[in-house]
Design a protein around this ligand. Structure first.
Ligand code: NDP
Length: 257
């Protein structure tokens, strides 16, 4: 799925690249010729995925932990050189009514979904500025563009990612670095599967009914497939996307417009 892009000679890091959307992004960047480093907490999952890539590198990293991020990016750079493409994909979504959203839950959602991308960008930006070239792509969500019930903490974190994206894009506008957010609607991965199980457990609905409830927001009435998100990321990495910066690109069947 290289879509005609040529990323030979580029080093791409995909956080959360061991499974879900991140694993498919890693595949597509690799197919386009990039050397891909995948990061996450579960080394077994990462190693399995890296073996499927051409010259793939798996590095353990908890994006919520500054020391872990510093060590992981130093190791990635040592192996494959400075990072040309950073895809901040690692994230987690947990739903709770606001009344039960304590500070610990809010902090957890902010740490993984907002502070994680911030730390990873800090780890690569100076080298991108020095090279006058770079692509930063934050996998946000339609929850960065609109509200949904029962995910105030996740929604706040993802809205924060968009603020970070837009402001940094302006700061980098004359420095050869583009910064964008890709905003998927409900996508067919563990996150959506967990949401479906949650609906089934809490409401007694069947799995089909739960899926229908999730896709009710999507005018096309379907779950987004991870390769649709990956194709958007790949497009943003190309030379011809240099004017696309500070954008929040929804991959969501028309859910937001
Ligand atoms: P999955 O749950 O399938 O995968 C999440 C990935 O993030 C895993 O690789 C996981 O690896 C990694 N991760 C989680 N926490 C950390 C951490 N602290 N440090 C490092 N890595 C971490 O999620 P999806 O593929 O569905 O989601 C990917 C991104 O897309 C997320 O940012 C999510 O918010 C966003 N998104 C998803 C949607 C969906 O419906 N699926 C819709 C909109 C946006 P490990 O556990 O090994 O650390």
């Amino acid at each position: 799925m290289s879509d005609g892009q040529n990323l030979v000679g580029k080093h791409a890091v995909v956080t959360g690249g061991g499974r879900g959307i991140g694993a498919v992004i890693a595949d597509s960047l690799n197919e386009a010729g990039a050397q891909v480093t995948i990061m996450g907490r579960n080394m077994d999952v990462l190693r399995d995925k890296a073996q499927q890539l051409n010259d793939g590198l798996a590095i353990q990293c908890d994006v919520t932990d500054e020391d872990s991020v510093t060590t992981a990016f130093a190791a990635a750079t040592k192996q494959h050189g400075p990072v040309d493409i950073l895809v901040n994909n690692a994230g987690a979504a947990r739903s709770l009514p606001f009344i039960k959203t304590d500070r610990a839950h809010l902090q957890q959602m902010l740490d993984v979904n907002l502070i994680g991308p911030y730390l990873c960008i800090q780890a690569v930006l100076q080298e991108m500025i020095d090279k006058k070239s770079g692509r930063i792509i934050n996998i946000a969500s339609t929850a960065a563009l609109k509200g949904y019930s029962y995910v105030t903490a996740y929604g706040a974190a993802k809205h924060g990612v968009l603020g970070l994206t837009r402001s940094l894009a302006l700061e980098m506008a004359t420095r050869g670095v583009t910064v964008n957010a890709v905003c998927p609607g409900f996508t067919d991965t563990d996150i959506a599967r967990d949401a479906i199980s949650n609906i089934v457990a809490k409401t007694g609905r069947t799995e089909d009914e739960a899926i229908r409830e999730l896709v009710v927001h999507n005018p096309q009435k379907r779950l987004i497939q991870p390769d649709e998100v990956a194709a958007t990321v790949l497009w943003l990495c190309g030379d011809k996307s240099v004017s696309i910066t500070g954008q929040a690109i929804a991959v969501a069947g028309g859910e937001v417009m």
